[in-house]
Ligand binder design. Structure first.
Ligand code: ADP
Length: 518
């Protein structure tokens, strides 16, 4: 009989990564082991007479007014001719809806499902779908994989993903929070953990992806538990041209008072707001910083609103996770603007986050040297600049699927073991519960060397109910620790995060009851 096997991607794989927007195409041929780019294509202004394409560092070529499919038909064979041994194509897909929570091999049905999600992402999914269709036609023999921007946030708990709308309406229409930029948030949190030499499963990280689109995520023990974008990429931070958070009452007001219809509101909120709307000089942070330094009031306010919103989210996410071990800045603005990082990091001392101004000014990250620390040595919460690399992340995930190892996502592997409910006690607690001088009585050896179940049992008393006869395990430890199931938690009326054995920080309180005194 053959043993069961899981393929693990060890050797390098060459993957073409395609990111099709409504007016642009970005494509890279990536070698997964080192993240080297073997070839590159950039196309802009598609759908206009000014459409241009650039292969590697060659001079741009004019394309004329072409559709995404026609542009791909013309350019992909040229891109592919520049790299031997391409084994698969990875497509960035913006919205995966409820269904797609992992990289998925594309067949006819999956391609149709991506198109079917257009109502949730009308600007993005149709373009992603057009790219998929064109590539499948051009390269029918290459496996193609969809990697979803929403997938990393599939772990958002119900309390974070639910809008306060009637549930029947929400489920009928798919209206809930999904979150985006997931590939980037996952990538930079994993790189931060590597840099900090700590398991991702032991860290609470706030990741700030600040590019043209911008979002913050709370990555608790390797899982996304909150993020600032919602059903669409319009919620949350102030962005290049998007408004981010706004009182929904404003929309009603503008409809009533200014007669704006759906399309006008769409254009206002997605294209004419954000940094561009506030500053009046466009969305590029470099230009806004320059004008602000010259004393332009609109630009100064634009930067202050932008940074204030980011800081507000960092504070909120520290509260959501009960603390924060690292704050990560990434993407065009996060990686390059010392000024924005400086403004955001003001007043974060209460979190133990202290910016080192010199390190901040000098921070430089690249794909080969992706992390720079910008906090002082005494900063309890570490401040990091991390270079994101969505193409490489998509290439790695595509390679894993192509080689048959679905779900090989290093940063999301959570080791688990099953055990019965039990209690560890400190020597002082043993005496407090069982009497002075009491020593635990071994009953049975456990599989972990040196560990044993004791004759002693205790009652756990929660705010709602109690559980009796919970076994004490020995030997004694440095901290009291109770390990119970989620169902036990509901029974007791407590809500503790899932985490590694031994980590008892910020635990909700319960009371332990020993035998009556004799
Ligand atoms: P996208 O969301 O399109 O991938 P990027 O992550 O590339 O965006 O970020 C683009 C933005 O990064 C630009 O709009 C620009 O404002 C900002 N940016 C790039 N370099 C700098 C810099 N040196 N200083 C400040 N902002 C910068």
């Amino acid at each position: 009989m053959r043993p069961r096997q899981v393929a693990v991607v060890s050797s390098t794989v060459i993957v073409a990564v395609i990111n099709c927007g409504s007016s642009s195409i970005k494509a890279d041929v990536v070698e997964t082991r080192d993240g080297n780019r073997l070839a590159r294509l950039r196309v802009g202004r598609l759908g206009t007479d000014e459409a241009r394409a650039r292969l590697d560092d060659e001079p741009p070529i004019s394309l004329g007014n072409l559709s995404v499919s026609d542009a791909l038909a013309q350019l992909l064979p040229q891109l592919f001719s520049r790299a031997d041994g391409i084994e698969g194509i990875g497509h960035r897909v913006v919205h995966g809806g409820e269904r797609f929570v992992a990289p998925t091999l594309i067949d006819d049905e999956v391609a149709a499902a991506v198109a079917g999600l257009a109502s949730l992402a009308p600007l993005h999914n149709p373009a992603n779908h057009a790219g998929i269709v064109a590539c499948r036609k051009l390269m029918p023999n290459l496996p193609q994989v969809a990697v979803f921007d929403t997938a990393f946030h599939a772990t958002l708990p119900a309390r974070a993903r639910t809008y306060a709308l009637p549930p029947e309406l929400a489920s009928k229409t798919g209206v809930r929070r999904y979150g985006f930029h997931g590939t980037s948030h996952a990538w930079v949190s994993a790189r931060a953990a590597e840099y900090l030499q700590a398991p991702l499963q032991e860290l609470r990280i706030v990741t700030c992806h600040l590019g043209n689109g911008a979002s913050v995520a709370a990555v608790e023990y390797g899982r996304s538990v909150e993020t600032s974008m919602g059903m669409t990429p319009l919620e949350g931070l102030v962005m290049g041209t998007r408004v981010g958070d706004i009182d929904p009452g404003v929309l009603l007001h503008l409809m009533r008072e200014e007669g704006l219809d759906v399309d006008a509101l769409d254009t206002l909120l997605n294209r004419n707001s954000g940094l561009a709307g506030l500053s009046g000089v466009g969305s590029d942070v470099r230009d806004i910083q320059e004008r602000a330094a010259e004393g332009d009031d609109r630009c100064r306010l634009a930067l202050r609103v932008f940074c204030h919103r980011i800081r507000k989210y960092i504070g909120a996410y520290a509260a959501v996770m009960g603390g924060v071990d690292a704050i990560v800045f990434t993407a065009g603005v996060g990686e390059n603007s010392a000024e924005v990082r400086h403004m955001v990091a003001q007043r974060l001392d209460f979190l133990g986050a202290r910016l080192d101004e010199d390190a901040n000014r000098d921070a430089k990250v690249t794909r080969t040297s992706p992390v720079a620390e910008i906090s002082t040595p005494r900063s309890r919460c570490r401040l990091l600049v991390v270079a994101t690399d969505e193409s490489r992340a998509i290439a790695e995930q595509t390679a894993a699927v192509v080689r048959g190892a679905h779900h090989v996502e290093r940063e999301r592997t959570i080791p688990i073991a099953v055990s019965a409910r039990h209690i560890h006690l400190t020597p002082a607690s043993v005496e407090a519960l069982f009497g002075k001088g009491h020593k635990l009585t071994p009953l049975k050896e456990l599989s972990q060397p040196g560990q044993f179940a004791c004759e002693e049992t205790l009652t756990v008393v929660g705010p709602k109910r109690r559980i009796e006869n919970v076994r004490v395990l020995g030997p004694v430890r440095g901290k009291n620790q109770i390990e119970i199931s989620r169902t036990d938690e509901f029974h007791l009326g407590v809500d503790a995060p899932v985490r590694r054995s031994g980590d008892v920080a910020n635990s909700p309180g319960v009371t332990l009851e020993g035998p009556p005194e004799r």
